[in-house]
Ligand binder design. Structure first.
Ligand code: IMP
Length: 432
């Protein structure tokens, strides 16, 4: 009964979509356990590029069941749009192979408006959220006012609850944020329409997943965002509002704690971040531009969800080791090694200086204020000039690229099990 977990080791956007796409080939079920449509997972198959925000990217495999776990917050509009998009692309989507937990919390247009109004009101202290209503939806969940997917199943209750929610947020928007009110009646009609479209997919997920494991079927738990955006372990307060780490799998899927076969940490060969918050190894100018790309390709460093240019920097092994500890990684999936081609030298952060002391591991839990006081210490490795995109086995890589990978292994004590060298499914080196 194998349960495998894939989580991001950085600030999201590590390339988890393609990792899940690869690993889910052999999984019976792929389950998202946190976040909502703030995530953007890109999978490239032949010439088709799929950008998914809520439906697990593993659904592209015809025999895989996709699950949206109760730890998620779900915008029903995104859900129905993605079903249409996948069907148009020829992916079969039926309630037999797409399950939504009845415990998932709903994101409404009111949450989205509130998210933007609240972040804007922070002025210089803005988090730079994706504006998808994630924070307000999790706030409603924690303060026990949230709308759960299960509420959809009871029409009368749902209608009353939705109306009360829109009216309450309207008061906040108008009185506190001085914004125009939402047209509650039109929103009600739209929202109640989603109920019927979602109803066939709703399940009580925990027991279904436990049965699947008991019967020997395999589950791949797909994390959204990354460790450093975790609401507790991340660079607080510049984080998202969910548990992004492997610890979120059990509560987010409604499973009892049990052995996990493999926890795969996904990291880019360098570091990126969208939104505000400390980033010790951040680069600017030309060096940044060469890592970021021009935006002409879907895999350049521009947000899948927001289109914002990502901040970029050198790989930070202090943070990678922190992510290893927090998640219990067994292996690393290293993505985008090809992007480093052409650099004469590559710097890697192996320690921080803070208060006259050297830190090789974080002695605080991500705290943004403390992290912003850390100055990175770098080791420099030789770069390589060869294009890696056609490399398919370890020995195809130039010696300098292999040395870079070995350096990461040595400093983290983890095997780098896979290396991606391009956006296509096949642009991959499996170390075996
Ligand atoms: P929120 O999740 O929209 O509330 O955004 C909170 C922070 O997390 C912001 O800095 C976002 O840019 C960041 N964030 C949220 N989702 C993702 C993601 O999937 N990739 C990268 N950053 C993300």
């Amino acid at each position: 009964m194998p349960l495998d977990i894939v989580t991001g080791a950085q600030w999201g956007d590590e390339g988890k979509g393609r990792v899940v796409d690869l690993l889910s080939e052999k999984a019976d079920i792929v389950a998202r356990y946190n976040g909502g449509d703030n995530a953007g997972h890109t999978v490239t198959v032949a010439k088709a590029v799929y950008k998914l925000h809520v439906i697990p990217s593993g659904i592209i495999h015809p025999k895989t069941i996709g699950v949206l776990g109760g730890g998620m917050v779900l915008n029903p509009q995104t859900f129905v749009d993605e079903i249409q998009l996948l069907r148009k692309a020829g992916v079969e989507i039926t309630p037999e192979r797409l399950w939504v937990s009845d415990a998932v919390q709903l994101i409404t247009p009111a949450h989205r408006l509130l998210d933007r109004a609240q972040d804007a009101a922070l002025g210089k202290a803005q988090i730079g959220t994706t504006g998808r209503g994630i924070g307000p939806a999790y706030v409603d969940k924690a303060s026990r006012r949230g709308l759960r997917v299960s509420d959809i199943l009871d029409g009368e209750f749902f209608a009353g609850h939705v109306k009360a929610h829109f009216s309450e947020v309207n008061r906040l928007l108008t009185d506190w944020y001085h914004q125009p009110p939402m047209a509650v009646d039109a929103l009600m009609t739209e929202y109640l329409g989603f109920a019927e479209q979602m109803r066939p997919y709703v399940r009580r997920i925990g027991p279904l997943l436990q049965n699947a494991l008991n019967e020997g079927r395999s589950i791949l738990a797909e994390g959204a965002q990354g460790t450093l955006l975790d609401v507790e372990q991340g660079t607080y307060p510049f984080v998202t509002s969910s548990c992004t780490t492997s610890a979120g799998v059990f509560s987010g899927l409604g499973l009892g704690v049990q052995p996990v076969r493999r926890v795969t940490g996904v990291t880019k060969a360098f570091q990126t971040r969208v939104g505000a918050g400390p980033f010790p190894t951040e680069l600017d100018g030309e060096a940044a531009q060469s890592l970021r790309g021009t935006g002409a390709n879907p895999w350049d460093e521009y947000g899948t969800t927001t289109g914002r240019p990502r901040r970029v920097g050198w790989l930070d092994l202090v943070l990678l080791n922190y992510a290893r500890e927090v998640n219990g990684f067994n292996e690393i999936f290293l993505t985008k090694l090809d992007v480093l081609t052409g650099l004469k030298e590559i710097s890697v952060c192996t320690a921080y200086q803070r208060d006259g002391k050297e830190l090789r591991t974080l002695d605080f839990s991500g705290d943004a204020r403390l992290l912003s006081q850390c100055v990175p210490t770098y080791e420099t490795l030789p770069g390589w000039q060869a294009d890696l995109r056609n490399c398919r086995v370890w020995r195809d890589l130039p010696e300098a690229a292999r040395a870079y990978v070995r350096f990461i292994e040595e400093k983290t004590g983890l095997p780098v099990a896979y290396i991606s060298v391009g956006p296509e499914r096949s642009a991959l080196i499996a170390r075996g």
